[in-house]
Design a protein around this ligand. Structure first.
Ligand code: 2P0
Length: 327
């Protein structure tokens, strides 16, 4: 049996079913302040390191799930997707893990409130909202830890998308990954803001899954990454506890830059940055030198996310009028 199916069967083993005809669930997108980059198990999406993220409030995925016949159906933002597209094939394989009644398939209708076309990752909120909807549809009443483990099987970062606020994904140590799940950090920080800057809306030259694996396998810089994460995650945890914005921003920015450095050391090199990305970094650094507490983070793409406090929002928006601020 494939290892994913074993995990799903283990979690669902003693669950009774009380299925509904349809179910709805929302999950927010998340941005890592301390990144997940590299797997120790590519099948189960077990990461090399822990990671820590901030969820994006109302920006995410709303999933409507029901049963259908013959094959899975996927509708994204009111458009039925081609059943043979790579995304639908991947989602269908994931949905197959949960089918008990072999005559019934799932119809997944997802509305993304995060601009997918603008290059912001929606796979995390997409898989997380699907798992929440599956739980409701079947009436399993799974625990948050179990839901997080199941979301991880769809996409690693999806395990962090089940909560708002700060979330830590524990890397765990076991082969089965039953100790590898995310949990919320309860400290509130209502003044903290994250804004998304769309610099390039086109398709990325290489997907994060492949880029991550190539970095692990070929980058000589990857050996230093776990040490970097171990240091940064401690600093970020403490900064959250103390609501220390400068400490949080500096560690998050440095963590993102180091992640990109590991990619650039891969063969062939993975370079997501565009001239606009680098120009934005310089603008952030200049504004910071001039006294504005503003930091950035970047994921597997050319777009930049800005970190700032609510008191500086107007000032930040004057410099970046197209900024999409998460609430
Ligand atoms: C993160 N990223 O921590 C990092 C930073 C991108 C850069 O998680 O293969 O879509 O499905 O486990 O979760 C993107 O990777 O990868 C990601 P899979 P995923 O947010």
């Amino acid at each position: 049996m494939n290892p994913k199916q074993e995990v799903v069967n283990h979690i669902l083993a003693h669950r009774t079913e009380s299925p509904m005809t349809e179910a709805d669930a929302f999950a927010p997108a998340n941005i890592a302040l301390c990144k997940y980059w590299g797997k120790r198990d590519t099948e189960l999406n077990l990461p090399v390191t822990s990671s820590l993220s901030l969820s994006l409030g109302s920006l995410g995925s709303q999933c409507h799930l029901s049963f259908c016949e013959e094959r899975h159906q996927v509708v994204l933002n009111d458009e039925p997707l081609d059943p043979n597209s790579p995304f639908v094939v991947r989602l269908s394989q994931y949905l197959d893990l949960f089918r008990r009644d072999t005559d019934r398939y799932y119809r997944v209708e997802t509305l993304n409130t995060i601009p997918t076309a603008a290059g912001f990752a929606s796979s995390a909120s997409g898989f997380a909202s699907t798992v929440l909807a599956l739980d409701k549809l079947h009436g399993w009443c799974l625990s948050e830890i179990e839901l997080s483990i199941l979301a991880r099987l769809g996409s690693g970062s999806a395990c962090r998308s089940l909560w708002q606020g700060f979330v830590e994904w524990h890397a765990g140590e076991t082969e089965t990954g039953m100790d590898c799940f995310a949990q919320p950090i309860t400290t509130a920080w209502p003044e903290l803001r994250i804004g998304l800057l769309v610099l390039e809306a086109g398709k990325k030259p290489i997907g994060s899954r492949e880029a991550m694996q190539r970095t692990v396998e070929t980058s000589p810089l990857y050996a230093s990454w776990p040490h970097k994460v171990a240091a940064d995650i401690q600093i970020i945890r403490k900064a959250i506890e103390e609501n220390n914005f400068e400490a949080l921003g500096a560690a998050a920015e440095s963590n993102a830059l180091t992640m990109h450095a590991t990619m650039m050391g891969a063969t062939p090199a993975v370079v997501y940055w565009l001239p606009e990305s680098v120009e934005t970094m310089h603008r952030v650094w200049k504004l910071r030198r001039e006294g504005l507490p503003l930091y950035f983070t970047m994921d597997a793409g050319p777009n930049v996310k800005l970190l700032f406090l609510d008191k500086d929002r107007q000032h930040v928006e004057e410099h970046f009028p197209d900024l999409l601020v998460a609430q």
